[in-house]
Unconditional design. Structure first.
Length: 114
């Protein structure tokens, strides 16, 4: 099983980015899809998570600015980030859960300049 995260980059405060995660190497559905982030010197934290039913939850710090979505057929999920702030700077990781196992992508760096 492989998860490939992409879409990170450098953006000015107030800007937007869209992260993508593609899962491959397995049959069946991804039942839970998430985005986590880890800033320098901090622990990895949940940013957003969506389950196969479409129910989503967000960290308080990103509510109203970030939106998680998924394409079940393509085994992909996305994180649309708007109104980015310097404190959003981190390595963003996607996580997928299928068949009782959890898998992580390699991370994509998001840097927000002030």
């Amino acid at each position: 099983v492989q998860l490939q995260a992409s879409g990170g980059g450098l953006v000015q405060a107030g800007g937007s980015l869209r992260l993508s995660c593609a899962a491959s190497g397995f049959t069946g559905s991804v039942v839970a899809m998430g985005w986590y982030r880890q800033a320098p010197g901090k622990e990895r934290e949940l940013v957003a998570r969506i389950i196969i039913s479409g129910e989503a939850n967000y960290a308080d710090s990103v509510k109203g600015r970030f939106t998680i979505s998924r394409d079940i057929r393509k085994k992909m999920w996305y994180l649309q980030m708007a109104d980015l702030k310097p404190e959003d700077t981190a390595v963003y990781y996607c996580k997928g859960s299928m068949r009782g196992y959890h898998y992580w992508g390699q991370g994509t760096l998001v840097t927000v300049s002030s």
